[in-house]
Design a protein around this ligand. Structure first.
Ligand SMILES: [Zn+2]
Ligand SMILES: [Zn+2]
Ligand SMILES: [Zn+2]
Length: 259
């Protein structure tokens, strides 16, 4: 299994339009962050070695991310929650439909799928399915399921007052936009080799963990490696990355992790 951080930026992306701060003006590529999403290349069903591509969220920057990653096929999409930065690239799935047979399967919680179907009614309305709309199916999930040939476990996490999904696949978990973890979810996150966890900035935020809170959550879950994502412009890559404890690092766009 291979994971690629397609984007590790907060909802605005970094640089933020018009911002003159040091991170936003930086020429260091690791300070340039598109909206949060991850690509997981699975090995497919056990013994098959039939590699498949699983996308978590369709970020606003999906087209840019797919071109940069050389992505030409998407077998399934897992949605974490229906906030704009995580879903607004949905129309770019059309480019994959043009290259591959059949609909692309999209999975998420009841609230997420309902919201996506109403926000993008031109995709899902009866009779609207045309060559200029993506060909997608939606499945509501609330228990472990299979996608792209592997078992996927939805993990409930807090995002402010909302409860949204993170996902565990094998020894890896992706928890973006996280402000806290329910007790039952902590149990489901034991024995991880890789934890990708959201951390926005240092100042407290109602719906996202700070870097300190993410470091504390990582200490509780004790994965072998923790990568922080959904980063804001207050986090300059080199400065912040070197200040993190052993085993914890900042994500950057195009980062690849083999498991
Ligand atoms: Zn977000
Ligand atoms: Zn800035
Ligand atoms: Zn969000």
């Amino acid at each position: 299994m291979k994971l690629t951080i397609l984007g590790c930026g907060t909802s605005t992306g970094v640089p933020i339009i018009g911002c003159q701060c040091a991170t936003c003006l930086s020429t260091e590529p690791k300070n340039s962050r598109t909206r949060a999403s991850v690509l997981i290349e699975t090995n497919g069903p056990e013994g098959s070695n039939n590699k498949q591509n699983l996308l978590i969220d369709t970020s606003t920057d999906l087209r840019t991310q797919a071109l940069r990653a050389g992505l030409s096929r998407v077998d399934a999409v897992l949605y974490t929650h229906p906030h704009a930065d995580h879903i607004h690239g949905i129309d770019d799935l059309r480019a994959f439909n043009m290259r591959q047979d059949g609909a692309i399967e999209c999975f998420g919680s009841e609230r997420t799928i309902t919201q996506i179907r109403s926000s993008f009614s031109y995709i899902f309305s009866e009779g609207y399915n045309q060559s200029w709309t993506p060909n997608l199916t939606t499945t509501i999930v609330d228990a472990p399921f299979r996608a792209a040939g592997v078992e996927v476990i939805p993990i409930e996490i807090f995002h402010g007052k909302a409860t949204i999904y993170g996902y565990r696949i094998g020894d890896a978990a992706y928890l973006t936009d996280c402000s806290g973890l329910p007790e039952e979810s902590i149990e489901k996150l034991q024995g991880l080799k890789l934890l990708i966890l959201g951390a926005l900035r240092h100042a407290p935020h109602p719906t996202h963990m700070t870097v300190k809170e993410a470091v504390e959550a990582s200490a509780i879950l004790a994965p072998e490696r923790t990568v922080l994502t959904h980063l804001g412009h207050n986090l300059e890559y080199a400065t912040e990355n070197s200040a993190l404890p052993r085993g914890i690092e900042l994500a950057y766009d195009t980062m690849e992790i083999e498991l």
